[in-house]
Design a protein around this ligand. Structure first.
Ligand code: C2E
Ligand code: CA
Ligand code: CA
Ligand code: CA
Length: 279
Protein backbone atom coordinates (compact mmCIF):
# COMPACT_ATOMS: atom_id res chain seq x y z
CA UNK A 1 0.00 0.00 0.00
CA UNK A 2 2.68 2.41 0.96
CA UNK A 3 4.33 1.68 -2.39
CA UNK A 4 1.16 2.84 -4.09
CA UNK A 5 1.06 6.00 -2.08
CA UNK A 6 4.70 6.63 -2.75
CA UNK A 7 4.11 6.33 -6.45
CA UNK A 8 1.12 8.68 -6.36
CA UNK A 9 3.17 11.18 -4.44
CA UNK A 10 6.06 10.89 -6.87
CA UNK A 11 3.74 11.37 -9.82
CA UNK A 12 2.12 14.46 -8.34
CA UNK A 13 5.55 15.86 -7.65
CA UNK A 14 6.63 15.20 -11.24
CA UNK A 15 3.54 16.93 -12.55
CA UNK A 16 4.32 19.93 -10.40
CA UNK A 17 7.76 20.04 -11.99
CA UNK A 18 6.35 19.87 -15.49
CA UNK A 19 3.66 22.44 -14.73
CA UNK A 20 6.32 24.66 -13.27
CA UNK A 21 8.48 24.38 -16.38
CA UNK A 22 5.49 25.02 -18.63
CA UNK A 23 4.66 28.14 -16.69
CA UNK A 24 8.25 29.36 -16.82
CA UNK A 25 8.45 28.70 -20.55
CA UNK A 26 5.23 30.62 -21.12
CA UNK A 27 6.50 33.57 -19.08
CA UNK A 28 9.86 33.48 -20.82
CA UNK A 29 8.14 33.52 -24.21
CA UNK A 30 6.12 36.54 -23.11
CA UNK A 31 9.29 38.28 -21.93
CA UNK A 32 10.98 37.64 -25.29
CA UNK A 33 7.94 38.84 -27.22
CA UNK A 34 8.09 41.94 -25.09
CA UNK A 35 11.62 42.75 -26.29
CA UNK A 36 13.30 40.99 -23.37
CA UNK A 37 11.33 42.62 -20.53
CA UNK A 38 12.85 41.44 -17.23
CA UNK A 39 15.92 40.00 -18.94
CA UNK A 40 19.35 41.53 -18.51
CA UNK A 41 22.99 40.66 -18.81
CA UNK A 42 25.39 40.86 -15.91
CA UNK A 43 29.10 41.01 -16.56
CA UNK A 44 31.92 39.32 -14.69
CA UNK A 45 35.53 40.42 -15.25
CA UNK A 46 38.30 38.11 -16.40
CA UNK A 47 41.32 39.52 -14.60
CA UNK A 48 44.85 39.15 -16.00
CA UNK A 49 46.81 36.92 -13.61
CA UNK A 50 50.02 38.92 -13.83
CA UNK A 51 48.90 42.57 -14.09
CA UNK A 52 45.43 42.45 -12.57
CA UNK A 53 44.07 44.35 -15.61
CA UNK A 54 40.58 43.71 -16.90
CA UNK A 55 40.41 43.34 -20.66
CA UNK A 56 37.43 41.10 -20.94
CA UNK A 57 34.18 40.18 -19.26
CA UNK A 58 31.73 37.29 -19.47
CA UNK A 59 28.07 38.10 -20.06
CA UNK A 60 25.68 36.07 -17.89
CA UNK A 61 21.93 36.14 -18.32
CA UNK A 62 19.64 37.29 -15.55
CA UNK A 63 15.87 37.07 -15.42
CA UNK A 64 13.69 39.07 -13.08
CA UNK A 65 10.45 37.12 -13.18
CA UNK A 66 7.33 39.31 -12.79
CA UNK A 67 5.99 37.29 -9.83
CA UNK A 68 8.81 35.03 -8.66
CA UNK A 69 11.62 37.57 -8.62
CA UNK A 70 15.06 36.50 -9.84
CA UNK A 71 15.20 33.05 -11.50
CA UNK A 72 18.69 31.62 -12.01
CA UNK A 73 19.98 30.69 -15.47
CA UNK A 74 20.61 27.20 -14.11
CA UNK A 75 16.80 26.94 -13.97
CA UNK A 76 15.57 28.85 -17.00
CA UNK A 77 18.25 27.99 -19.61
CA UNK A 78 17.27 24.29 -19.52
CA UNK A 79 13.61 25.35 -19.81
CA UNK A 80 14.44 27.52 -22.82
CA UNK A 81 16.32 24.59 -24.38
CA UNK A 82 13.49 22.16 -23.74
CA UNK A 83 10.71 24.42 -25.01
CA UNK A 84 12.39 25.67 -28.15
CA UNK A 85 13.14 29.18 -26.89
CA UNK A 86 16.91 29.04 -26.66
CA UNK A 87 17.71 30.44 -30.10
CA UNK A 88 15.40 33.42 -29.57
CA UNK A 89 16.92 33.91 -26.13
CA UNK A 90 20.42 33.50 -27.59
CA UNK A 91 19.63 36.08 -30.27
CA UNK A 92 18.54 38.49 -27.56
CA UNK A 93 21.87 37.91 -25.78
CA UNK A 94 23.86 38.58 -28.97
CA UNK A 95 22.02 41.84 -29.65
CA UNK A 96 22.20 43.01 -26.05
CA UNK A 97 25.90 42.20 -25.64
CA UNK A 98 26.78 44.06 -28.86
CA UNK A 99 24.61 47.02 -27.87
CA UNK A 100 26.43 47.12 -24.53
CA UNK A 101 29.91 46.96 -26.05
CA UNK A 102 28.97 49.94 -28.26
CA UNK A 103 27.44 51.75 -25.30
CA UNK A 104 30.59 51.35 -23.19
CA UNK A 105 32.61 52.61 -26.16
CA UNK A 106 30.37 55.60 -26.89
CA UNK A 107 29.33 56.64 -23.39
CA UNK A 108 32.35 55.64 -21.33
CA UNK A 109 35.28 55.40 -23.72
CA UNK A 110 35.75 51.88 -22.43
CA UNK A 111 37.02 49.04 -24.57
CA UNK A 112 36.08 45.63 -23.26
CA UNK A 113 35.82 42.28 -24.98
CA UNK A 114 32.59 40.52 -24.10
CA UNK A 115 32.22 36.74 -24.06
CA UNK A 116 28.75 35.29 -24.52
CA UNK A 117 27.72 31.70 -23.79
CA UNK A 118 26.38 29.67 -26.72
CA UNK A 119 24.08 26.71 -26.36
CA UNK A 120 24.28 23.60 -28.49
CA UNK A 121 21.09 24.45 -30.35
CA UNK A 122 22.54 27.73 -31.56
CA UNK A 123 25.49 25.85 -33.02
CA UNK A 124 23.10 23.51 -34.80
CA UNK A 125 21.71 26.42 -36.81
CA UNK A 126 24.94 27.94 -38.07
CA UNK A 127 23.37 30.09 -40.80
CA UNK A 128 21.01 31.83 -38.40
CA UNK A 129 23.72 32.23 -35.78
CA UNK A 130 26.28 33.72 -38.17
CA UNK A 131 23.75 36.06 -39.68
CA UNK A 132 22.63 37.29 -36.28
CA UNK A 133 26.21 37.89 -35.17
CA UNK A 134 27.15 39.68 -38.38
CA UNK A 135 24.10 41.92 -38.24
CA UNK A 136 24.65 42.85 -34.60
CA UNK A 137 28.33 43.64 -35.17
CA UNK A 138 27.50 45.75 -38.21
CA UNK A 139 24.62 47.60 -36.58
CA UNK A 140 26.84 48.72 -33.71
CA UNK A 141 29.98 49.22 -35.84
CA UNK A 142 31.95 46.69 -33.81
CA UNK A 143 35.04 44.80 -34.72
CA UNK A 144 34.34 41.08 -34.46
CA UNK A 145 37.37 40.70 -32.20
CA UNK A 146 35.44 42.51 -29.47
CA UNK A 147 33.11 39.57 -29.15
CA UNK A 148 33.95 36.09 -28.09
CA UNK A 149 31.89 32.94 -27.65
CA UNK A 150 32.15 30.32 -24.92
CA UNK A 151 31.19 26.76 -25.78
CA UNK A 152 31.27 24.07 -23.11
CA UNK A 153 33.63 21.21 -23.64
CA UNK A 154 30.77 18.69 -23.67
CA UNK A 155 28.99 20.65 -26.42
CA UNK A 156 32.19 20.92 -28.43
CA UNK A 157 32.55 17.14 -28.21
CA UNK A 158 29.04 16.44 -29.43
CA UNK A 159 28.98 15.83 -33.16
CA UNK A 160 32.65 16.74 -33.49
CA UNK A 161 32.66 17.21 -37.25
CA UNK A 162 29.72 19.59 -37.33
CA UNK A 163 31.05 21.54 -34.36
CA UNK A 164 34.42 21.93 -36.01
CA UNK A 165 32.78 23.39 -39.14
CA UNK A 166 30.67 25.92 -37.21
CA UNK A 167 33.62 27.00 -35.12
CA UNK A 168 35.70 27.48 -38.27
CA UNK A 169 33.05 29.81 -39.63
CA UNK A 170 32.73 31.74 -36.39
CA UNK A 171 36.45 32.09 -36.29
CA UNK A 172 36.54 33.25 -39.93
CA UNK A 173 34.07 35.97 -38.95
CA UNK A 174 36.68 37.15 -36.46
CA UNK A 175 35.08 36.29 -33.12
CA UNK A 176 37.33 34.48 -30.72
CA UNK A 177 36.30 31.19 -29.18
CA UNK A 178 36.83 29.59 -25.85
CA UNK A 179 36.14 26.14 -24.49
CA UNK A 180 34.19 26.41 -21.25
CA UNK A 181 34.17 24.02 -18.28
CA UNK A 182 37.33 22.41 -19.58
CA UNK A 183 38.40 19.21 -17.86
CA UNK A 184 34.88 17.83 -17.45
CA UNK A 185 34.31 16.50 -20.97
CA UNK A 186 37.22 14.19 -21.83
CA UNK A 187 37.97 15.74 -25.22
CA UNK A 188 40.68 14.15 -27.25
CA UNK A 189 43.78 16.22 -27.65
CA UNK A 190 43.85 15.51 -31.38
CA UNK A 191 40.38 17.00 -31.71
CA UNK A 192 41.15 19.97 -29.52
CA UNK A 193 44.14 20.82 -31.68
CA UNK A 194 41.93 21.06 -34.77
CA UNK A 195 39.48 23.55 -33.26
CA UNK A 196 40.10 27.26 -33.92
CA UNK A 197 39.82 28.20 -30.26
CA UNK A 198 42.06 30.66 -28.46
CA UNK A 199 41.11 30.07 -24.85
CA UNK A 200 40.47 27.25 -22.40
CA UNK A 201 38.49 27.83 -19.22
CA UNK A 202 39.35 25.45 -16.39
CA UNK A 203 36.17 24.25 -14.73
CA UNK A 204 35.35 25.58 -11.30
CA UNK A 205 35.32 22.11 -9.75
CA UNK A 206 39.11 21.84 -10.15
CA UNK A 207 39.75 25.38 -8.96
CA UNK A 208 37.65 24.77 -5.85
CA UNK A 209 39.82 21.85 -4.77
CA UNK A 210 43.19 23.44 -5.56
CA UNK A 211 44.20 24.02 -1.96
CA UNK A 212 43.06 20.65 -0.63
CA UNK A 213 43.63 18.13 -3.39
CA UNK A 214 46.91 17.14 -4.98
CA UNK A 215 44.92 15.58 -7.82
CA UNK A 216 43.16 18.86 -8.59
CA UNK A 217 46.53 20.63 -8.57
CA UNK A 218 47.94 18.05 -10.95
CA UNK A 219 45.01 18.42 -13.34
CA UNK A 220 45.15 22.21 -13.29
CA UNK A 221 48.88 22.09 -13.87
CA UNK A 222 48.49 19.71 -16.80
CA UNK A 223 45.71 21.79 -18.38
CA UNK A 224 47.74 24.98 -18.14
CA UNK A 225 50.80 23.33 -19.67
CA UNK A 226 48.76 21.68 -22.38
CA UNK A 227 47.00 24.94 -23.25
CA UNK A 228 50.25 26.87 -23.41
CA UNK A 229 51.90 24.18 -25.51
CA UNK A 230 49.00 24.53 -27.97
CA UNK A 231 49.33 28.33 -27.92
CA UNK A 232 46.07 28.83 -26.02
CA UNK A 233 45.26 31.22 -23.23
CA UNK A 234 44.00 29.73 -19.95
CA UNK A 235 41.34 31.17 -17.69
CA UNK A 236 40.47 29.72 -14.29
CA UNK A 237 36.80 30.14 -13.38
CA UNK A 238 35.28 30.23 -9.92
CA UNK A 239 38.31 31.62 -8.07
CA UNK A 240 37.09 32.39 -4.56
CA UNK A 241 40.17 32.51 -2.31
CA UNK A 242 43.57 34.20 -2.28
CA UNK A 243 45.09 30.75 -1.83
CA UNK A 244 43.57 29.52 -5.10
CA UNK A 245 44.67 32.69 -6.89
CA UNK A 246 48.23 32.28 -5.59
CA UNK A 247 48.48 28.72 -6.85
CA UNK A 248 47.07 29.71 -10.25
CA UNK A 249 49.40 32.69 -10.65
CA UNK A 250 52.39 30.56 -9.66
CA UNK A 251 51.42 28.15 -12.44
CA UNK A 252 51.15 31.10 -14.89
CA UNK A 253 47.43 30.87 -15.46
CA UNK A 254 46.75 33.80 -17.83
CA UNK A 255 43.44 35.01 -16.44
CA UNK A 256 41.40 34.54 -13.31
CA UNK A 257 37.67 34.90 -12.88
CA UNK A 258 35.60 34.50 -9.74
CA UNK A 259 33.95 36.01 -6.69
CA UNK A 260 37.37 36.81 -5.19
CA UNK A 261 37.67 39.58 -7.79
CA UNK A 262 34.08 40.42 -8.62
CA UNK A 263 30.63 38.92 -8.90
CA UNK A 264 28.74 39.28 -12.14
CA UNK A 265 27.28 42.80 -12.06
CA UNK A 266 25.07 45.15 -14.09
CA UNK A 267 26.71 47.04 -16.96
CA UNK A 268 26.85 50.40 -15.19
CA UNK A 269 28.55 48.93 -12.14
CA UNK A 270 30.97 46.96 -14.29
CA UNK A 271 32.09 50.15 -16.04
CA UNK A 272 32.86 51.77 -12.69
CA UNK A 273 34.62 48.64 -11.49
CA UNK A 274 36.75 48.43 -14.63
CA UNK A 275 37.70 52.08 -14.37
CA UNK A 276 38.70 51.71 -10.71
CA UNK A 277 40.76 48.60 -11.38
CA UNK A 278 42.49 50.17 -14.37
CA UNK A 279 43.61 53.35 -12.63
P1 C2E B 1 29.07 29.14 -16.83
O1 C2E B 1 29.15 29.62 -18.24
O2 C2E B 1 30.05 28.09 -16.40
O3 C2E B 1 29.19 30.44 -15.92
C1 C2E B 1 29.86 30.50 -14.69
C2 C2E B 1 28.90 30.47 -13.53
O4 C2E B 1 29.64 30.48 -12.32
C3 C2E B 1 27.97 31.68 -13.45
O5 C2E B 1 26.74 31.25 -12.89
C4 C2E B 1 28.71 32.59 -12.48
O6 C2E B 1 27.87 33.53 -11.84
C5 C2E B 1 29.26 31.58 -11.52
N1 C2E B 1 30.46 32.03 -10.82
C6 C2E B 1 31.37 32.94 -11.22
N2 C2E B 1 32.37 33.06 -10.30
C7 C2E B 1 32.08 32.20 -9.31
C8 C2E B 1 32.73 31.87 -8.07
O7 C2E B 1 33.78 32.39 -7.70
N3 C2E B 1 32.12 30.92 -7.29
C9 C2E B 1 30.94 30.33 -7.65
N4 C2E B 1 30.41 29.44 -6.81
N5 C2E B 1 30.31 30.62 -8.82
C10 C2E B 1 30.87 31.54 -9.64
P2 C2E B 1 25.33 31.71 -13.47
O8 C2E B 1 25.41 33.15 -13.86
O9 C2E B 1 24.30 31.26 -12.52
O10 C2E B 1 25.23 30.88 -14.81
C11 C2E B 1 25.10 29.47 -14.78
C12 C2E B 1 25.22 28.88 -16.15
O11 C2E B 1 24.11 29.28 -16.97
C13 C2E B 1 26.47 29.32 -16.92
O12 C2E B 1 27.59 28.57 -16.52
C14 C2E B 1 26.03 29.03 -18.34
O13 C2E B 1 26.22 27.68 -18.65
C15 C2E B 1 24.54 29.33 -18.30
N6 C2E B 1 24.31 30.67 -18.88
C16 C2E B 1 24.35 31.89 -18.29
N7 C2E B 1 24.10 32.86 -19.19
C17 C2E B 1 23.89 32.24 -20.38
C18 C2E B 1 23.58 32.70 -21.73
O14 C2E B 1 23.48 33.90 -22.03
N8 C2E B 1 23.40 31.74 -22.68
C19 C2E B 1 23.54 30.39 -22.41
N9 C2E B 1 23.35 29.53 -23.41
N10 C2E B 1 23.84 29.95 -21.19
C20 C2E B 1 24.02 30.85 -20.18
CA1 CA C 1 30.76 30.45 -19.52
CA1 CA D 1 32.22 27.93 -17.15
CA1 CA E 1 31.05 25.85 -14.95
Amino acid sequence: RSGGNGFAFFEAHMQDGVRDQLELSRDLRTALEDGGAGLSLHYQPKVAGASGLVLGVEALLRWQHPRRGPVSPGTFIPVAERFGLITTLGDWVIDEACRQIADWRDQEGLKLRVAINLSVQQLRQPEALLQRLEQALLRHRLDASQLSCEITESVAMEDAGATERVLQRLSALGVSLSIDDFGTGYSSLAYLRRLPVSQLKIDRSFVQDLETSADARAIVNAVIELAHALGLEVVAEGVETEGQADVLRAKHCDKLQGFLFARPMPAQELAQWARRSQS
